[in-house]
Design a protein around this ligand. Structure first.
Ligand code: WQD
Length: 343
């Protein structure tokens, strides 16, 4: 009998990485996590274990360290795939520390590709973002929409990262890769054993809402109500992190199974539905019974008016569809907040 398929998850203790580890283990994969703990906690390993009963193998190192990366992939030359999440992700911080972002997100990717892409069986799933589209002219956004010049160094690292992988695939046909462009991932595992762990003041809407509801923040600022949308607030496509995690497994399985699949491809991952900031607030109030005090403030720099995915490519080729509702996602985020707040 063949052994279990072995997959490396970089950044596997982070928000999306931990949920993807659970989804992989649920599908029978053996997971090896690489994480430098720069924006994650070792306790997440226990959270994963409590959910699946399986502890992933764990390696703590920084992918910027070329010699360690080389050594790791030399010792692990029988891998069935790598899912690469490890990266810095704060948009505002990236504007302040551009070199740190380029270095962290791109050196690590290059080291990984140098050490891994020449293996004849290498398969890579890359964490990209809908931010590559900027404000798209046509909604919903398909993968054919033009790439816009990035607004931030963070966004630029995702665009450049995709190009680096694509160029590598061009010259190395044995190397297969998929870039997944996430819309807005939210929520947590319903067990509340793993979830998002924002450091300091959350920049993203849902953790700010849950922290306001629990009393860590006084009120939520709604950034702009003068957008050309139904209620004036900006529209996004909020996808449950567990649905997103399952899409990674589907993408990896496609690369493992389908010889006809191009050796480089991109997919949007969203629900296909757009929700305004006010709709999200009201949905949170409805699903949790909590009231969210909020005030309308000015627009936030760099924000687009509306972004939601055309998911038909992922639906047909990955045979995957987001199946959890916004209300489920919001109540799971609330559950996670409650479980993580020491009263
Ligand atoms: C959603 C909506 C805000 C906070 C960002 C990155 C993107 C991706 C995910 C990650 C917007 C509004 C927010 C608040 C608010 N990157 N808002 N008050 O901006 O769509 O995407 O995170 O790794 O690259 O740009 O997500 O959650 O920050 O904002 O009114 O306190 O909520 O203006 O309309 P965004 P978000």
């Amino acid at each position: 009998m063949m052994g279990k398929k072995r997959v490396v998850v970089t950044g596997g203790l982070g928000y999306i990485g931990s949920h993807t580890t659970v989804a992989l283990q649920d599908r029978g994969f053996e997971v090896i996590i690489i994480d430098d703990l720069s924006n994650s906690s070792i306790d997440v390993l226990d959270g994963i274990y409590k959910i699946t009963g399986k502890k992933p193998e764990f390696h703590q190192f920084d992918l910027k360290d070329n010699s360690i990366v080389k050594k790791f992939f030399k010792e692990n030359n029988d891998l069935d795939g790598v899912i690469h999440f490890a990266a810095s992700k704060a948009v505002g911080e990236s504007v302040q520390k551009p070199l740190q972002y380029y270095e962290n997100n791109l050196f690590s990717l290059i080291n990984l590709l140098e050490a891994y892409s020449y293996n004849p069986a290498s398969r890579l799933i890359f964490s990209s973002s809908c931010t590559v589209y900027g404000q798209a002219i046509e909604l919903p956004i398909t993968e054919k929409a033009p790439i816009k010049k990035a607004e931030s160094p963070y966004g630029n690292t995702k665009q450049i990262g995709e190009e680096i992988i694509k160029d590598t695939c061009l010259v190395n046909k044995g190397f297969k890769a998929i870039a997944l462009r996430y819309f807005n991932p939210i929520g947590a595992h319903e067990s509340a054993k793993i979830g998002e762990l924002p450091i300091g003041t959350p920049q993203n809407l849902i953790p700010f809402i849950t922290q306001t509801a629990i009393g860590k923040r006084e009120q939520l600022a709604v950034f702009g109500n003068d957008y050309p949308t139904k209620d004036g607030t900006a529209i996004r496509d909020y996808i449950h992190v567990r649905d997103l995690a399952e899409a990674h497994v589907a993408a990896l399985e496609l690369l493992l199974q389908d010889d006809k699949q191009d050796n480089y491809d991109v997919f949007n991952l969203g629900t296909g539905k757009g929700q305004s900031v006010l709709e999200v607030i009201h949905a949170f109030e409805e699903s949790t019974g909590q009231r969210i005090p909020y005030e309308i403030k000015g627009r936030r720099n760099g924000d687009v008016t509306a972004a939601y995915a055309d998911t038909s490519k992922a639906n047909s080729i990955l045979k995957w569809k987001a199946k959890r509702s916004l209300l489920q996602a919001l109540s799971s985020a609330w559950n996670w907040e409650i479980n993580n707040t020491i009263v």
